[in-house]
Design a protein around this ligand. Structure first.
Ligand code: GBH
Length: 601
């Protein structure tokens, strides 16, 4: 016991490495709120096995986690919290318009024409989004533990296109005040960001890092001070490395309690200052990231093809558990998870293609939406597949899972065509080695050749080959969601955005800032939402991705989704034309006034 205490003390010192008085370290550890966390190997130190680092299990510290699994990380020169400075009014002048009404005024007012039968309902919440690992930097600062993404980008050969990591990123960890001031200056209503789990729990479970809790408290308070509503995501892919090492992360049912404990700490600390919570971001994506690359993470005996679905299973339990936990703690903000995908357009009107489309819904959106919005269980085509290896949800679990999303939060960037595989769906379903197995739905970005073979819309940057501007299909998509999953609290498009082609190759700042395809994407996307609303679909909010250029995961800083440009040498930010286009949709069609907020009161 005494030794455990010493180990805990060491870790406490380690997690407060940047604080000047290490003597205060023990008081920076607040007690864990549930009795289930005990002072065992998962508190302060941990026991792991990793085939690349060592062959037998040893006890390791916070420093070891970094040194053994990640290695040296870069640090920004600016590494204390910066105050916000006023945004010069010269930066707030909109660009000349891309679209003109029939009597162009020549003024710099984009979207000059207006359809008077459209409007966003009162209270429609709109804003911009980011995610912790993509924006914050400060990788090792103030006790943050590593996540799997530190390993993926530092260590895994061939994982990144340009050897770029999130070590510094947008330095948002220190520059959030200015970043919030900059969006407030344009009148943005909500800022959606994610919390880094491994900042709050450097080991994923066990010991809590008070400095991190205080950091996000200040981010939330700064939003409120500037009249920007905070929207908070608990998990945007940056799984604490230790949990992957301990038990395989989302592959193990042990993740459920650790996630709930993390959620409990966060909900308890920030409570009702946050009007909108998202538990997890895009489980389809991070579950499909399993199996993780061989040899860098703890092996598991779960067959690779099953791994995404074990992950999904635990996500559903963790998400729904967090939903009920939040309610029991008196959280009155909305709770959802962010699903993702696009409208699935049948390539032809054949019944085979219709079947392929249904399978695609079932293996994608339906994977998480059917259980949470319909009946606590998987959709038919998916269930047929997973019931060979996953345990059935019990009736109690189904009841726990069903009805646990207050809003249908959907990250909906683009749409695609779907069609049956050449060999037919049935033969694909029998054939594990078919690359389309198990969904057996083929995809295309182009119309069939008999329909001309055109792209569904303009392509984004080649680093995002999945993304085309397909805004024409957004109203159909929103109708489909409303009709299929019948979300009582409506639909929010919680991410949408566009990577302007070849933006990374532009060298003149004024050229970068003028981003016509992204601007037309936002204009047409907002009009598509307005069309759906005018047709009776209950769309309650939207979040543009992203507040600024940031780490696009494996694509590094090469692929840009920002509504603001970022110079990654100087960390200067600048509004792109598309940001004005986006805001202008609310100026033109919003019932609520768009109120720019320049300086803190
Ligand atoms: C969002 O996911 C993420 O939430 C966000 O972090 C990210 O920055 C943003 O997209 C822009 O990419 O390369 O063919 O395997 C959007 C959904 C799902 C789109 C995975 C890219 C990979 C397709 N993403 N998909 S492919």
């Amino acid at each position: 016991m005494k030794m455990l205490f010493l180990i805990l003390m060491q870790a406490a010192l380690a997690v407060s490495q940047n604080s000047s008085s290490n003597a205060s370290a023990p008081s920076s550890i607040i007690p864990t709120p549930t009795a289930s966390i005990s002072l065992n190997g998962s508190s302060g130190t941990t026991t792991v096995s990793n085939p690349t680092a060592f062959s037998s299990s040893i006890v390791i510290t916070w420093n070891d986690l970094w040194d053994l699994f990640v290695g040296p990380v870069s640090m920004a020169t600016m590494n204390t919290t910066m105050a916000a400075t006023p945004i010069p009014t010269s930066e707030l002048i909109p660009p000349p318009g891309l679209y003109y009404s029939s009597f162009p005024t020549g003024q710099q007012i984009p979207m000059a024409s207006k359809n008077s039968s459209w409007s966003f309902p009162k209270g429609f919440w709109w804003g911009v989004a980011s995610a912790a690992y993509q924006a914050e930097g400060a990788a090792k600062a103030e006790g943050r533990g590593p996540s799997i993404w530190d390993v993926l980008l530092h260590r895994v050969t061939g994982y990144t296109v340009a050897n770029q990591t999130g070590d510094i990123a947008d330095n948002h960890y220190y520059m959030y005040k200015q970043d919030i001031a900059r969006i407030a200056a344009l009148g943005v209503k909500t800022y959606s960001f994610s919390i880094s789990w491994s900042r709050i729990f450097p080991f994923g479970n066990g010991q809590i890092n008070q400095e991190a809790l205080e950091h996000y408290d200040d981010v939330i308070n700064t939003c409120i001070e500037y009249g920007v509503e905070p929207s908070v995501t608990l998990f945007h892919w940056d799984l604490p490395l230790n949990l992957q090492n301990l038990y395989g992360g989302w592959l193990s049912s042990e993740i459920v309690d650790d996630f709930l404990n993390y959620a409990k700490v966060v909900f308890s600390y920030y409570g009702n200052k946050v009007p909108r919570w998202f538990t997890v971001n895009e489980p389809i994506v991070f579950c499909d990231d399993y199996p993780l690359p061989d040899n860098y993470f703890t092996n598991t005996s779960i067959p690779k093809y099953q791994q995404p679905y074990w992950c999904g299973h635990h996500v559903l339990l963790a998400h729904s558990g967090a939903y009920h936990l939040a309610r029991s703690l008196g959280i009155n903000g909305t709770i959802s998870f962010k699903n993702n995908g696009g409208y699935k357009i049948p390539l032809t009107n054949s019944s085979a293609d219709a079947r392929a489309v249904q399978r695609a819904w079932d293996f994608n959106e339906g994977w998480f939406a059917n259980p949470t919005f319909i009946n606590g269980d998987y959709p038919t085509n998916l269930k047929d597949f997973v019931s060979d290896f996953l345990p059935d949800f019990t009736d109690a679990e189904k009841q726990m899972i069903n009805g646990t999303a207050d809003v249908f939060a959907h990250d909906a960037y683009t749409s695609q065509f779907y069609f049956a595989p050449d060999a037919g769906i049935d033969s694909c379903v029998q054939n594990k080695s078919n690359p389309l197995w198990p969904s057996c739905a083929n995809t295309s970005y182009t119309y069939s050749s008999s329909d001309g073979g055109w792209n569904v819309g303009p392509a984004a940057d080649p680093l995002s080959p999945w993304l085309h501007k397909a805004t024409d299909w957004v109203p159909a998509f929103l109708h489909y969601i409303a009709d299929t999953w019948k979300p009582a609290g409506g639909i929010a498009v919680t991410e949408f955005g566009f990577a302007e082609p070849f933006e990374v190759q532009k060298t003149i700042k004024a050229d970068i800032l003028f981003d016509p395809i992204r601007s037309s994407y936002y204009k047409d996307y907002m009009e598509a939402i307005l069309i759906a609303i005018s047709e009776g679909v209950n769309v309650v909010g939207c979040l543009a991705w992203s507040i600024f250029d940031n780490l696009e995961w494996s694509d590094g800083y090469q692929d840009k989704f920002g509504l603001q440009y970022v110079n990654f040498t100087t960390q200067e930010r600048a509004y792109k034309a598309s940001f004005f286009e986006y805001v202008n949709a609310f100026v033109t069609y919003g019932q609520d006034e768009v109120v720019p907020h320049y300086v803190p009161s």
